[in-house]
Design a protein around this ligand. Structure first.
Ligand code: T4K
Length: 373
């Protein structure tokens, strides 16, 4: 441990000025509406949809329940093709719906689901594809739409990392049938915990809103076995306030990513992910690949080395979801079936990135990686 230096975590949440949040709390105390589609919920839903450039958005209490509900919304059954390279919640949402997850391999550039591997994994039982825009880098949305159209499949994107991401000026959330977001404390935009589903028509939004509220359509009518996944007024108030600061926060993230890229450029064996042309990024994570043959030590040794210097990078995503006990018995999860994902999961390391990360701290990370000791 290096006692001279404060710990540097992989992320720290963006928090608006406390006195501004207190103003919202006073209003909640006055009107005594804490949840169930209160005034802040309604206002935040409208303002967030406008900010993101989407037509219909439903707020959730977290991203995982939003994923579970997205599959319910479209009545998905049978098999869903998904990525092994994500946070466990992606596959867990399929499992919770009693659907069989089928893993397909990722592509080696940005580690998103490989459309060719997805096409090869389709069976008569496949009903949907669930790709993830990993680290906020867009999937091949055109190819996925093509495959979905050709085979009559639904397309649900896990967009948990992709707050504000745009392709040629169009929100990434406008692709596919549904997109799901997370506003967890560790995300580029947080409401403490939170999430959302984005859909493209009023009827679907109505179904989503019923599903997240026990299936109630009015005081006495329950039309579906829904769940309780409502966002509270506290979360919505936080969201409204965060919207004021999010542009600045994303700008700070961009600058940090650029500083890392410049500082790490000439280190053999460390690969950064470059921005994609025409894409507005949110830099929610800063992943690097460590090639032990060129860098000299393994990813796990780099992870330990950074910890020795009080720097806490994270191995997002290691192990692969397909390697966890629940899933490893599936045929699509067997060793050797997912060669790209199996390599990337051994090489990946996410470096600290968050808007208040000081330049001295970034320099510390770069300097340890340059010295390799
Ligand atoms: N789909 C994808 C692709 C996802 O990445 C996620 C979540 C989901 C779906 C599900 O969405 P949610 O249901 O979570 O809304 C974190 C998050 O818990 C999780 O939300 C996230 N993905 C995943 C990638 O990472 P951990 O276990 O790494 O978090 P934790 O607690 O170790 O935090 C990491 C660091 O962040 C800490 O060392 C310090 C800092 N931190 C964390 C928290 C929670 C803070 O400074 N303050 C905080 O409040 O899982």
């Amino acid at each position: 441990m290096d006692p001279l230096h404060k710990p540097i975590y992989v992320t720290r949440p963006v928090l608006p000025p406390l006195e501004e949040f207190t103003e919202y709390l006073k209003k909640i105390w006055d009107n005594k509406i804490l949840t169930n589609q209160g005034p802040f919920h309604i206002q935040f839903e409208t303002e967030l949809a406008a900010y993101l450039g989407v037509k219909h958005l439903s707020l959730f209490t977290n991203g995982t329940l939003a994923l579970v509900t997205a599959l319910q919304t479209l009545r998905i059954t049978g098999e869903v093709i998904t990525t092994p390279y994500s946070f466990v919640a992606t596959t867990h949402s399929i499992w919770w719906n009693n659907i069989k997850p089928v893993f397909a391999d990722i592509e080696p550039e940005y580690f998103n689901l490989d459309p060719d591997r997805v096409e090869a994994a389709i069976t008569p039982h496949t009903t949907a594809i669930m790709p993830v825009h990993v680290y906020g880098n867009p999937c091949n949305v055109e190819r996925f739409q093509n495959i979905a159209d050709n085979y009559g499949l639904k397309l649900i994107y896990d967009a948990a990392h992709a707050f504000g991401v745009k392709i040629n000026g169009n929100s990434i959330l406008n692709f596919g049938d549904l997109s799901v977001m997370s506003f967890h404390a560790t995300k580029a935009f947080n409401t403490f915990e939170g999430g959302a589903i984005i859909c493209h028509d009023e009827a679907t939004k109505k179904r989503i809103d019923n599903l997240k509220n026990f299936g109630f359509v009015n005081e006495t009518t329950v039309v579906i076995p829904g769940i309780n996944a409502k966002m509270t007024e506290f979360q919505a108030a936080m969201g409204l306030l965060q919207l004021k600061y999010v542009d600045e926060a994303i700008k700070d993230r961009k600058e940090i990513a650029q500083t890392y890229r410049e500082g790490l450029r000439n280190i053999p064996g460390i690969r950064c992910l470059e921005d994609v042309k025409g894409v507005e990024h949110c830099n929610s994570y800063f992943p690097v690949l460590i090639d032990k043959d060129k860098y000299g030590i393994t990813r796990d040794q780099v992870y330990d080395l950074l910890q020795k210097h009080n720097i806490y990078g994270r191995r997002y995503f290691y192990p692969l979801i397909s390697q966890f006990p629940t899933y490893r018995g599936l045929e699509s999860a067997l060793p050797g079936k997912l060669p790209v994902a199996e390599r990337v999961t051994e090489q990946i390391l996410c470096l600290p990135i968050y808007p208040t990360l000081q330049i001295e701290a970034i320099d510390r990370v770069i300097s340890v990686l340059n010295r390799g000791e």
